[in-house]
Design a binder for this molecule. Sequence first.
Ligand SMILES: Nc1ncnc2c1ncn2[C@@H]1O[C@H](COP(=O)(O)OP(=O)(O)OP(=O)(O)O)[C@@H](O)[C@H]1O
Length: 371
Amino acid sequence: MISRMIFRNYPSHNESDDEPFHFSISRELLLDRNDVVVGEMIGEGAYSIVYKGLLRNQFPVAVKIMDPSTTSAVTKAHKKTFQKEVLLLSKMKHDNIVKFVGACIEPQLIIVTELVEGGTLQRFMHSRPGPLDLKMSLSFALDISRAMEFVHSNGIIHRDLNPRNLLVTGDLKHVKLADFGIAREETRGGMTCEAGTSKWMAPEVVYSPEPLRVGEKKEYDHKADIYSFAIVLWQLVTNEEPFPDVPNSLFVPYLVSQGRRPILTKTPDVFVPIVESCWAQDPDARPEFKEISVMLTNLLRRMSSDSSIGTTLPDGEAYEGEMEESENSPLLQEHFCKVKKPKEKKKKKKLVKMRFPFFKKFKVWLYNYKP
Ligand SMILES: Nc1ncnc2c1ncn2[C@@H]1O[C@H](COP(=O)(O)OP(=O)(O)OP(=O)(O)O)[C@@H](O)[C@H]1O
């Protein structure tokens, strides 16, 4: 049973398949299918099945096989979507993002990534009764924020940030962002299609504050990911399911558009301001991930300096968006994935506009907090 409502902008099956689709994926991003041995199934998505695998009989990997399982049976529209995911993911080289290893286009559409052994964050949270250790929650939140900071700095909106798309490392110390299936380059005029998983979808993704004219589409931008992050952060610190009283998750976006949010009674005080600012109704009032990372880092530092809570900082500065070359991952091919970065000037202006109200609100809390 599908317990969640997913809005995908996967094109319809009716889209014309008359003309053949020619993949334009660099050879360096492609793997020989014979080098990939498929093992037990580890996960299932709306459009794929993911298996444990072995690359060249040596490296453990995750093998995502697109549905339907033969390339010839896949619609042209789905091929385009697959190609987009490959090109985006191959560019996302960051410690907190699942590493792309390669792709196959024949006889099946396959994406091979590093195997992240700890399962999804959703499963991890479900397996623990009661709230998680606060520093663990904070450390995971920082991993996610840093991954998203990197994604946004590359002009990409993920659009499906939720605990099913966050994977926990085998040592249970870190979290990695996965599933760029509906991620898109941020365009100047804003995004216009409903995409995401209902409980984590920002209000502006589904409902427009102003009535729309016929044919007009609502717009949203990367701030939609900040809203999703707020819900994930709320989950990390409460270990509860958002909107448990809403019988059908399909209604959640409507309620959210009316101002409804998860309850904050079980949210530790120190997290309330950040959660509230991230799920602000007005996208412009939400902070940037850059700011969130600074706040979470400072908070984690303060907590770590308190010896009564024995956790250390995650491997800190190594995360700072470094471009890392993995032995298995092909070299970045800039021209295969043209990312439209928001214009520098515009971006700066926006940051300045954002930073003041945000830091004004949290200055006292940020600098004086004592766990
Ligand atoms: N690199 C990986 N390591 C371990 N498990 C993985 C990996 N990638 C995916 N999985 C597992 O497979 C599941 C489905 O993967 P993914 O979300 O990428 O597929 P999808 O078809 O895009 O799914 P969805 O419908 O949730 O968007 C994940 O929830 C996770 O359990």
